[in-house]
Design a protein around this ligand. Structure first.
Ligand code: GLN
Length: 286
């Protein structure tokens, strides 16, 4: 079997299995099985696969046909221009979450020794990206899952920021003690239970459930973070929280105008309000 034949056979079996992007996945997984770039597939459609390569490729195509997420099979996902290791213990970083990093970096960039807290760090994608972008920044990243923290630590080491981010196990603000930060960021589990049940199998069956849903209306964790954040923010400090479709009005109603400046909501590429940006009132900004 050559490259072109392998792609068409795999695309067909993934299509039959109902995966959403069969041709893309077939190519990505073939390149992965061959240990080559995708451009190799275009340049050498007649390249004959060895038996070993064919076996490896069939195995990963079968896994994908069983709806295992592409990025679990690859073991990696790109986020904010960096490569992150992922495993079934962590949420696969999503592109919409990159906006949190962008907003965090622009806010923290003017501060001399910026500090941040990342709640529910998962793969560590938010904390590691902020620290990597800002060489003087220091952060605390928390998660209730020790196995997620192990992945996050590895990603911090890979990107050379492990000495500036401390990863600690615990719920929400628990591990932060009395510390105050310039910025708090979180991509919490915000999917309502009812919506969770209707998610595609890749997400519902393979990603950590506790990273996705609060088992209720989707707003419980967001509400807790908003109510506790003021105790952990410096004057003028900022909170960034990701949310789901249709949640921005409920989230806006959680903002106490005596504590926070008027919040902003940032849309994702689909035009859905996705990130809450709220700033603590201080003598300087009041
Ligand atoms: N902070 C991680 C991310 O944004 C994990 C979030 C989560 O597990 N809910 O991808």
């Amino acid at each position: 079997m050559n490259v072109a034949e392998a792609i068409s056979f795999a695309t067909e079996s993934l299509r039959t299995a109902g995966t959403p992007e069969p041709a893309r996945d077939a190519k990505v997984l073939l390149a992965h099985s061959l240990g080559k770039q995708k451009t190799f597939l275009i340049a050498y459609p007649e390249f004959e696969l060895t038996d070993d390569q064919q076996d490896r490729f069939s195995t990963v195509i079968e896994r994908r046909a069983d709806r295992e997420p592409l990025h679990h099979i690859l073991g990696r996902q790109e986020f904010y221009g960096r490569d992150f290791r992922v495993s079934p213990d962590v949420l696969i970083p999503r592109p919409e979450t990159e906006a949190i990093v962008e907003l965090a970096v622009s806010f923290l960039a003017d501060r001399p020794e910026p500090s941040f807290l990342d709640i529910g760090t998962g793969s560590g994608c938010i904390a590691v990206s902020i620290a990597a972008e800002l060489p003087t920044a220091r952060g605390v990243a928390t998660d209730i899952s020790p196995s997620a923290l192990a992945v996050a630590c590895e990603n911090a080491q890979t990107h050379g920021v492990a000495y500036r981010v401390s990863f600690t196990e615990g719920d929400l603000f628990g591990p932060a003690g009395d510390a105050e930060f310039d910025l708090i960021a979180s991509n919490p589990p915000y999917i309502p239970l009812e919506e969770f049940r209707g998610l595609e199998p890749e997400v519902r069956e393979f990603e950590p459930r506790s990273a996705l849903t609060d088992e209720g209306d989707g707003l419980a964790i967001i509400r807790k973070i908003i109510s506790e954040a003021p105790r952990h923010l410096k004057p003028g400090g900022r909170l960034l929280i990701e949310m789901g479709f249709g949640q921005s009005e409920s989230v806006a109603a959680m903002i106490d105008a005596s504590v926070w400046l008027k919040p902003a909501f940032h849309d994702d590429l689909q035009g859905i309000p996705r990130i809450l940006e709220a700033t603590i009132i201080s003598p300087e900004n009041a």
